[in-house]
Design a binder for this molecule. Structure first.
Ligand code: SF4
Ligand code: SF4
Length: 380
């Protein structure tokens, strides 16, 4: 059976999610807006609310943001704030409350401004997850988050509610991970651009049981097609790992450039990608302990030191038989930009070529990026 129609459904998930969220709102459901991989989805949805992903990845609202924010700020922050201040994002519009985290400086400060628009709860994160007191601190923030949501939405959230959501989220992690792992095949059964569209869509599907069913179905259909018809990807395509700041609509063209010039992206190590999925939350014992343990392992460059990210990249290079690593960093994203030299050492230490690209959400750099990607792929 052809898997293309199912793939197309995923591509439309964000737009369709607007309608679903509006319908859920009309039925009386609450919506909680989130901006970061450190927001524990399990606690948010245990309240009965829908978690809505609000990160802005379009250049369209940057002019709105620049009326209030400095221009030399990361485009993701400007885009997100622009959507909020212009009321152009339905997910933001429907949100009853927002969750922010103390990650990079730009986000921390923009949350102060957003807190004037909607009720905002800030989770204060430790900056060094290996420090002895960090675990208890982050755990206490998980408990505070539960209390803040309970108070704001006037609902009770029990440990059993949270455990139920941990179970669903774990099931989703397994389904998405199995989908991702088709990238280990050589050549892979689908292009990385399509793979990314599916993963991105999962952020906007609020019915997780339905999402899991569809991801499992898609994985099955792709593998059946691969067995029958082989891969659409040439056998000599260079296998690329993409890492760096979060990728979005405005920057995913770089994946296209890689794939139009002799490469194929088989692994993404970015926020909301594989690194989110490779470990499950423990279902036994205290749910706050278990969530803290899991969310500690996010590998975000806002943490210092960030050894876990280096370990993950190193493992992915082996597991996905990577020929080259492309590090895509957003302009003015100091955390990922600064960490790039450490990533480069890790990658080159494994005798794998490395390319660092810096971009914003404009199309100004397309020509230069295309030339650099072409040269990199030719060299592999
Ligand atoms: S990259 Fe880090 S700060 Fe940005 S959304 Fe992901 S976890 Fe949060
Ligand atoms: S891309 Fe970098 S600067 Fe922008 S919000 Fe994420 S961590 Fe902060």
């Amino acid at each position: 059976m052809d898997f293309t129609p199912l793939l197309e459904e995923f591509a439309e998930a964000k737009q369709n999610g607007f309608i679903t969220t509006k319908e859920l709102k009309d039925e009386g459901k609450k919506v909680i807006g989130v901006y970061c991989g450190f927001a524990p989805w399990e606690i948010i949805t245990a309240s009965g609310a829908v978690a809505a992903w609000l990160c802005g990845t379009s250049p369209a609202t940057i002019p709105d943001a620049e009326e209030h924010l400095p221009a030399n700020l990361c485009p993701l922050i400007k885009s997100s704030y622009g959507f909020a201040v212009s009321d152009k994002c339905p997910y933001f519009h429907f949100s009853d409350m927002l969750i922010g985290e103390t990650t990079c400086d730009g986000k921390k400060k923009v949350y102060e401004l957003m807190g004037e628009m909607k009720p905002m709860h800030i989770m204060h994160l430790p900056q060094d997850f290996s420090a002895p007191d960090s675990f208890n601190y982050y755990r206490s923030q998980m408990v505070r988050l539960r209390d803040a949501i309970s108070e704001e939405l006037d609902v009770e959230i029990t440990e059993e509610d949270i455990k139920k959501q941990i179970k669903i989220r774990n099931k989703e992690r397994v389904a998405v991970r199995n989908f991702y792992e088709i990238g280990k095949l050589s050549p892979p059964p689908i292009w990385g651009f399509d793979m990314r569209r599916v993963i991105q869509a999962t952020l906007y599907l609020s019915d997780k049981e339905e999402e899991i069913r569809r991801v499992e179905e898609l994985t099955r259909l792709i593998l059946e097609d691969y067995e029958k018809n082989g891969s659409p990807v040439p056998a000599d395509a260079k296998r690329i790992l993409v890492t760096g700041s979060p990728l979005g609509e405005a920057t995913e063209y770089i994946v296209k450039i890689i794939e139009e010039n002799g490469g194929v992206v088989v692994c993404f190590d970015m926020c909301s990608s594989l690194k989110d999925k490779d470990e499950l939350v423990d279902l036994e014992g205290d749910p706050f302990d278990a969530l803290t343990k899991r969310y500690f392992k996010h590998g975000c460059a806002c943490m210092s030191p960030n050894d876990h990210r280096m370990e993950m990249i190193s493992d992915y290079i082996d597991e996905y038989k990577i020929d080259g690593v492309v590090d895509i960093v957003l302009q003015a994203c100091h955390t990922y930009n600064m960490e790039s030299s450490r990533v480069k050492s890790t990658v080159q230490g494994k005798e794998t070529p490395f390319l660092h690209l810096e971009t914003d959400y404009s199309e100004d750099a397309v020509g230069q990026i295309t030339t650099r990607v072409q040269a990199f792929l030719e060299m592999l």
